[in-house]
Design a protein around this ligand. Structure first.
Ligand SMILES: NC(=O)c1ccc[n+]([C@@H]2O[C@H](COP(=O)([O-])OP(=O)(O)OC[C@H]3O[C@@H](n4cnc5c(N)ncnc54)[C@H](O)[C@@H]3O)[C@@H](O)[C@H]2O)c1
Length: 388
């Protein structure tokens, strides 16, 4: 059995915790035949976090400089769970050192950076993965199977959205995600790239788009200890205020290379929508509809059904799909967010140990960054942008 030694960077944050959990958990569900992982190093910016981390990955080195993890010959895989603007620099250094790299989304700040990373990875012959885990829920494998088999015909339209309300309240606290230096593309690189990952997985490449990025609230109170998902507390009047320098939301019209059209929107200011993620895909023979509220359910409409019996049928993905069966013996017991991260990590380790292809790699990350670039350019220039 091959053991892959992993360094998790940004280990005390949300994704750092989730990835650390996933490396330790996936063999329970996927077995050890595809290799296993040892979290050998946890990299944090704040050494005080070390006390809290020691029990999460017993024996792991606790480091405060990501360069130490990259220089460590024991480490095979660098797992980047850092704020967006660090992804490119850290991933590049790791690739040049010959490490496999798993990087959270967005892969980079620009498509040019993402292209460079994908090229270095190819030259070095290492495994790459970008953290678009949502489409790895087996319900989307079913959607892809239906599309690829031609059951809904030619795709004519993709409608997708992802909304959260962390910034619905204008007084909700400032965080790195709203800082254009740390997250240059804001919600486009954040929530937007999740929708783009569904587009890429299920429909194909986007060829042109017009986008309208917007900022709803331009300043927010900086409150120590408060961040993502924290509500607005009573203010004292003595707070410092941070400028919001990246988009809160975006509306997009797009075309795909295969001729399909798209209508997409996403935001972090959708008051009341704690988390919504949906898509509808219309084809010439049928259609598909999905909502995260019913995370393992796909709605499928087919013109092949008898007239008078047509309507959306609800398919609950279950143990007939191997990935689902690895977790649960019964349908509708629901695989959620953390399971999709466990699936993701299992695929990364298997790809490293067996060289088996997987999705999404840095090549996909590059396509998705091209869409992000086009949104930023289109919104600034107020015009359609072609994507090569
Ligand atoms: N795939 C998904 O569903 C998903 C969900 C959330 C976040 N993300 C992505 O994951 C990344 C991390 O997001 P998060 O929600 O975990 O953020 P977070 O703020 O919870 O965690 C980031 C961590 O990085 C640490 N950090 C910052 N600079 C550092 C440095 N130089 N060295 C070491 N540690 C440093 C911070 O102290 C913090 O603990 C982001 O790029 C985000 O877009 C992806």
């Amino acid at each position: 059995m091959t053991v892959v030694n992993v360094a998790v960077l940004g280990a005390s944050g949300w994704m750092g915790k989730t990835h650390t959990m996933a490396y330790q958990t996936f063999p329970h569900f996927f077995g050890e035949s595809g290799g296993t992982a040892r979290v050998a190093a946890l990299v944090v910016s704040n050494p005080d976090a070390a006390k809290d981390l020691a029990f999460r990955a017993p024996g792991a080195k606790i480091l405060t400089d990501w360069k130490e993890a990259i220089a460590d010959p024991e480490i095979d895989l660098i797992d980047i769970c850092l704020p967006d603007s660090l992804h490119y620099e850290v991933a590049k250094a790791a690739l040049l050192a010959g490490k496999h790299v798993f990087c959270e989304k967005p892969l980079a700040d620009t498509a040019a950076q993402a292209r460079e990373l994908a090229d270095i990875a190819r030259e070095k012959g290492v495994i790459t993965r970008v953290g678009h885990a949502f489409p790895r829920n087996p319900v989307h494998d079913l959607a892809k199977e239906i599309i690829d088999s031609g059951e809904i015909g030619e795709i004519t339209m993709f409608k997708g959205c992802q909304h959260i309300d962390i910034y619905g309240d204008p007084m909700a606290p400032y965080m790195w995600r709203a800082n254009g230096d740390l997250a240059p593309t804001g919600i486009v690189g954040d929530t937007g790239t999740h929708v783009f990952s569904f587009m890429e997985f299920l429909v194909g490449k986007v060829s042109s788009l017009i986008a309208d990025n917007y900022i709803i609230t331009d300043k927010r109170p900086i409150l120590d200890g408060l961040g993502y998902g924290d509500g607005a507390p009573a203010l004292t009047g003595k707070e410092d205020w941070g400028d919001i320098t990246n988009p809160d939301g975006t509306n997009i019209i797009c075309t795909f290379a295969n001729g399909a059209r798209g209508l997409v929107d996403f935001s972090r200011t959708a008051t009341g929508r704690k988390f919504i993620q949906t898509y509808e895909i219309y084809g010439t023979k049928g259609s598909l509809a999905y909502t995260y509220d019913e995370v393992n359910r796909l709605r499928f409409y087919s013109n092949d059904d008898k007239v008078g019996r047509r309507g959306y049928r609800e398919i609950d993905v279950g143990p007939e799909h191997e990935t689902f069966r690895n977790f649960l013996p019964l349908p509708n017991f629901a695989l959620g967010y953390n399971e999709s991260k466990i699936i993701e990590v299992a695929e990364v380790i298997k790809s490293i140990t067996t060289n088996q292809p997987m999705w999404p790699t840095f090549e996909t990350g590059h396509h998705i960054c091209q869409i992000v670039d086009a949104c930023m350019e289109s919104s600034d220039a107020k015009r359609w942008i072609d994507i090569a």
